[in-house]
Structures are given as structure tokens and as C-alpha cells.
Ligand binder design. Structure first.
Ligand SMILES: Cc1cc2nc3c(=O)[nH]c(=O)nc-3n(C[C@H](O)[C@H](O)[C@H](O)COP(=O)(O)OP(=O)(O)OC[C@H]3O[C@@H](n4cnc5c(N)ncnc54)[C@H](O)[C@@H]3O)c2cc1C
Length: 327
């Protein structure tokens, strides 16, 4: 529990900002080492970013790879994939089991040097919507996927097109009747495209450079092999892809391959989507004169707008929607 307040400030040795999965995992170790701490979570419920996923979301990572300090999967289906609500439930149970001290509905708005304010050695002043804290240490466990990144090209879309980022996508019923253009073929783009197809929607897909990959190899899930390479690769002279071995810091954000945990897990292949009726387009670069700009069909003049047939451009009709994912 936090120490008594200094003036009107709460005082604690270590503050952890965020109680998704990294926050409770940090709490596990702090408790094990007897460090007084407090987690602050801006949401009103535990479960972190998993609460932002769409209704039919399944983890991409198989159950056997579900590892938290003090908790590993030992259920009957190590090769299966968990649906969104079970993932949320698991993190809530975990936080309760390790008795993580969490204050919900508490958003940190500023962290600054306390300039001698903390009783021990300065530490940090942490402002929240529920008052101010002082702490010797602050752990940032606030996650990385909270602010949707909308490509500037989206601004060229006519106002009557409903635009939605994958962060806010929940199900096909959210979108008005009509065709949908999904922009980006990372995992979210591929999975949302399948979700829309399953609901009988007409889908156009703006393809990006994310790679395809086999879901299984020699009877094992791709994550089995990733784990093996990381654990044993260096012994065989194979790069285990540790952060410091990457060619550049930007390589950390390279697209994940197009796979899904839905339906027992499968690879998503653009050609298969095409066979199911998805209209595949080039990279989304915007619209002009109510048509889709497609660099692969553009005339040699730089910036020229590709002329598209009425059918390939007809998602720009009123009531249609754009679902921006990642490009
Ligand atoms: C579409 C998508 C699919 C994914 N699929 C998988 C998958 O299949 N398998 C897998 O292992 N990983 C997957 N990931 C990655 C996974 O979601 C993240 O690695 C994981 O959520 C990171 O946990 P975290 O605790 O660091 O962050 P989060 O879960 O984001 O938790 C951070 C918490 O901090 C809180 N917070 C943020 N700012 C503040 C603040 N100022 N004050 C107080 N609280 C704050 C947030 O509300 C949040 O609850 C996926 C990610 C995305 C985007």
C-alpha cells in the first residue's frame, strides 16, 4: 500500500503507469522483491489494449506461447488460440491472483522530476486526473498501440465515405451498407477483410508490403519455430533476432506476417482472398475526382490519377466505408 500522503500528494516507492499486461507482470516481480508499489490505470476495467480489439478477434499467438511471470498455459489445448474475451478474462484473473494494487480510472497526465519533493532522493512528481503522486521510481507500462495512425491520404476521401481505423472497428454492422475498402494487409487488415467477407460484404483491399507466411511448418505452428530460433539459433550461427541485432531501430516495426488465429489458425493469402471475391488494389495513395489513386496503374506523369473502371472505383459511392488499418 502507498505510504501516507505528503501534504496532499500520495507517496509511494514505485509507480507503474498502465495495468494492461506489462503492468501486472511488473507488479509480480516488485511484490516478489518486497518493493512498495502502485499501478495507475486510466481505463475503468483491467484487460489493457485487448479491449480495443474487434468482436471476432483471436490471438495470433498459440496458447503454448502464453507466458506471464508465475503463469504459463497448462490447459488441454496448447496449440489452440484464445478469443478476445478470454484473453481479457485471463489478464483480469492474473491481476487478481497476484493481488496487483491497481487504481482504475486514474490517468497519468504528466511525469516530472520532483526536485527534492520525494522523501528519499528527489524522484518523480506524477500528475493524474485523481491528484498528484510522488515516487522514487516510475515504470512506464503504458503500451504502444493506443493512438491510431491515420495516413494523410485519408484526408483526400470525400466526406460521405465513413472512415474507421481498425482501433475502432468492432464488427461489420458498424459500417453502412455497401462496399468496404480495407487499407493495408498487415494482420489486422487481413483478419478484418475475412470478418467482412464472412458477413457477406463486398470488400476491396488495398495491398501493402507485409509478407505472407505459413501458419504451420512440419506440423508445428510458426511460433514454435520462432521460439526455437530465439532460444537455440545462436548456437547454430543463426541470428536469434534480438533487438540489438536488428539492422536498424525501425526494423522493430516491420510488418508481422499475414496469419490469423481464427478457425483454429491459418495463413491469410491474398490470392485466396481474391478467389473469395475480394478486389485487390495497389497501395492506397488517396482519391481524386471520386476515383482511387493507384500507383501501379498511374500514367507516367508524376502524381497523375489512375483512371479506374466504374466497377473498381465504385466503393466511393455514398454509404460505402473505408476501414483504415496499417499501410
Ligand atoms: C491488432 C493487434 C493484434 C495483436 N495481437 C497479438 C497477439 O495475437 N498476440 C500477442 O502476444 N500480442 C498481440 N498484440 C500485441 C499486444 O496487444 C501487446 O503486445 C500488448 O497489449 C502489450 O501489453 P502492454 O501491457 O505493454 O500494453 P497495453 O495492453 O496497451 O496496456 C497498457 C495500459 O496502459 C494504460 N495507459 C496508457 N496510458 C496511460 C496513462 N497516461 N495513464 C494511465 N494508464 C495508461 C492503457 O489504458 C492500457 O491499459 C497485438 C496488437 C495489436 C495492435
Amino acid at each position: 500500500m502507498p505510504s501516507p500522503a505528503a501534504g496532499s500528494d500520495h507517496v509511494v516507492d514505485t509507480l507503474v503507469i498502465g495495468a494492461g499486461q506489462a503492468g501486472p507482470a511488473t507488479s509480480y516481480w516488485l511484490t516478489r522483491h518486497g518493493v512498495e508499489h502502485q499501478l495507475l490505470e486510466r481505463r475503468d476495467a483491467l484487460g489493457g489494449a485487448w479491449q480495443d480489439r474487434w468482436d471476432t478477434f483471436y490471438l495470433n499467438t498459440p496458447n503454448f506461447s502464453f507466458l506471464l511471470p508465475g503463469l504459463t498455459y497448462n490447459g488441454p489445448e496448447p496449440d489452440a488460440f484464445l478469443p478476445r474475451d478470454e484473453v481479457i478474462g485471463l489478464f483480469r484473473d492474473y491481476a487478481a491472483r497476484i493481488a496487483a494494487p491497481v487504481l482504475l480510472g486514474t490517468e497519468v497526465t504528466r511525469v516530472s522530476a520532483a526536485h527534492g519533493g520525494f522523501p528519499v532522493n528527489g524522484g518523480f512528481a506524477v500528475d493524474t486526473n485523481q491528484g498528484r503522486w510522488q515516487a522514487r521510481n516510475v515504470v512506464l507500462a503504458n503500451g504502444a498501440f493506443h493512438v491510431p495512425r491515420i495516413p494523410p491520404a485519408a484526408a483526400t476521401l470525400p466526406g460521405h465515405i465513413r472512415k474507421l481505423h481498425s482501433h475502432d472497428y468492432r464488427n461489420p454492422q458498424q459500417l453502412p451498407d455497401g462496399a468496404v475498402l480495407v487499407v493495408g494487409t498487415g494482420q489486422s487488415g487481413g483478419q478484418i477483410t475475412e470478418d467482412l467477407l464472412d458477413a457477406g460484404r463486398e470488400v476491396h483491399l488495398s495491398v501493402s508490403a507485409c509478407p505472407e507466411a505459413p501458419r504451420r511448418y512440419r506440423g508445428q505452428d510458426v511460433f514454435h519455430w520462432i521460439l526455437q530460433v530465439n532460444l537455440h539459433g545462436p548456437e547454430y550461427g543463426i541470428n536469434g533476432l534480438q533487438t540489438e541485432q536488428l539492422p536498424s531501430p525501425a526494423a522493430r516495426f516491420t510488418c508481422n506476417p499475414l496469419i490469423s488465429g481464427n478457425g483454429g489458425g491459418h495463413s491469410i493469402r491474398l490470392r485466396d482472398l481474391g478467389r473469395r471475391g475480394v478486389r485487390l488494389h495497389g497501395r492506397f495513395e488517396g482519391t481524386a475526382k471520386r476515383e482511387l489513386r493507384d500507383p501501379r496503374r498511374a500514367s507516367p506523369r508524376p502524381g497523375a490519377v489512375a483512371r479506374r473502371t466504374a466497377s473498381s472505383g465504385h466503393w466511393l459511392q455514398p454509404n460505402n466505408a473505408l476501414c483504415v488499418v496499417r499501410i
